[in-house]
Design a protein around this ligand. Structure first.
Ligand code: GTP
Ligand code: MG
Length: 59
């Protein structure tokens, strides 16, 4: 499965990715914001027995 995250800058795309697929604590992502994404970051996860390619784009 392929999942493309698209939206305005600062919408929360990378935070959603890290909270769902990397088990990051959402509260930490609010307190310690991530740097803006540049270009497209591609990651592969095994999530609920499904292989997912995530494309995290810059806003
Ligand atoms: N209040 C609130 N803030 C959030 C939420 N998700 C993310 N943020 C904040 O929004 C800001 C941007 O979050 P990112 O995840 O970097 O957003 P992005 O869409 O990946 O941004 P770009 O990479 O620049 O396109 C950060 O300061 C986050 O802490 C949310 O659900 N609620
Ligand atoms: Mg981002």
């Amino acid at each position: 499965m392929k999942l493309v995250l698209v939206g305005k800058a600062g919408a929360g795309k990378t935070s959603i990715k890290q909270a769902i697929f990397e088990m990051r604590n959402p509260d930490d992502l609010i307190i310690y914001p991530l740097d803006p994404t540049r270009g497209i970051n591609t990651s592969n996860y095994s999530w609920m027995d499904v292989d997912i390619n995530v494309f995290d784009t810059s806003g």
